[in-house]
Design a binder for this molecule. Structure first.
Ligand code: TXA
Ligand code: MG
Length: 318
């Protein structure tokens, strides 16, 4: 047990990471639960604390494309083009793993490693100080809503980690997009902070969904994930409001007001703002209402990633 401390001193974070402990770190997407990616025992702690199955690989975080070069055996032209366009930023790349550098436990023994350069100044400074990269999943218990503030991390992991580097609320609020690049196409493994349109503006290659069964499903792609304890229903607002008329119901909308307990994600209908608010609102309503009904976002831009999270937040997907 730890007396979990919050603070903004990267030296303090480094102290615990160097000692092989896990630390909550801010990124622009969600808070991560970080450990020294070269230290197998430290990485194992992440799985134990999160109660996450070890067949579920972790993203390796670092501060530069040059550093990424050490962890992989090749960066093809397509990947390099997108990396230069979007790093640092809310995107992760699946690249051929340098198995002598990145331990099996980080990647569940897979031949690819997911790498990312987070766009958060404090964490970038920390990564530059360290002698190793950090692997970090979202800093929540496996299957629950991701954390977008240090307080969210504390709510889920208090006593289990020594330190949370606090940099206020995350600016993007939804996890990184995960892509795999070949010379002929771009595979989108997870919808996230960088949209398909943004990728299409940089590369003219076709963007495709992963072929089922060919590659391991990313956990963000498991059917039930980001799930609230309060049952959540997506879409069909009018009929769901009727169905649950005798219950204490909250509605999450983009901007429309449906009842007295409607929580718009963005009063101006801005999808960037909606993504930023999504997880905090889900957490705030969880356990407070009997039922949450969520409106489907427009299926464009960040709306696609938000709909994906809401779809899998449904209890009945379990
Ligand atoms: O925005 C983010 O990506 C956040 C912040 C903390 O960086 N991290 C995050 O990590 O969302 P996590 O562990 O919650 O989700 C990472 C996803 C998982 O679905 C995992 O299966 C997939 O990435 N993944 C990681 N390494 C992989 C690999 N080598 N091959 C296939 N999928 C991989
Ligand atoms: Mg996660």
């Amino acid at each position: 047990m730890f007396a979990t401390k919050l603070g903004n001193n990267i030296m303090e974070a480094q102290h615990f990471l160097d000692a092989g402990e896990t630390v909550g770190i801010p990124t622009e997407t969600v808070y991560g639960l970080a450990a020294n990616a070269f230290n197998t025992d430290a990485v194992l702690k992440i799985f134990q604390i999160k109660q996450r199955p070890t067949f579920n690989p972790l993203i390796v975080h670092t501060y530069s494309i040059a550093a990424i070069n050490n962890f992989v055996t090749e960066i093809n032209d397509t990947a390099m083009q997108l990396m230069q366009a979007f790093m640092p930023g809310p995107i992760s790349f699946l690249l051929p793993r340098n198995t002598t550098i990145i331990p099996d436990i980080v990647c569940s023994g897979l031949s690819q490693v997911a790498v990312r350069i987070p766009n958060n100044k404090l964490t970038l400074n920390l990564l530059q100080q360290l002698q190793y990269p950090l692997c970090a999943p979202s800093a929540n218990k496996f299957g629950y809503v991701s954390p977008t503030t240090a307080k969210h991390v504390l709510q889920g992991l208090q006593g289990e980690i020594p330190f949370i580097l606090d940099d206020g609320p995350c600016s993007v609020g939804i996890e990184s997009t995960i892509v795999e690049c070949t010379s002929t196409h771009i595979i989108m493994h997870r919808q996230g902070g960088i949209t398909e349109q943004q990728i299409a503006a940089i590369s003219s290659l076709p963007i495709i969904k992963p072929i089922k069964g060919k590659l391991p499903a990313t956990s963000g792609q498991l059917k039930s994930h980001y799930a609230t304890n309060t049952p959540l229903y997506l879409d069909n607002i009018a009929s769901n409001l009727l169905k649950f008329a005798d219950k204490n119901v909250a509605v999450i909308s983009l901007q429309k007001i449906y009842n007295n307990n409607t929580y718009p994600l963005s009063t101006t209908g801005n999808l960037l703002e909606a993504a930023k608010n999504l997880f905090a609102i889900l957490r705030a309503l969880d356990g407070v209402y009997d039922i949450i009904i969520a409106e489907k976002m427009p299926n464009t831009g960040l709306g696609i990633a938000i709909n994906d999270r809401l779809f899998r937040a449904q209890q009945n997907m379990k």
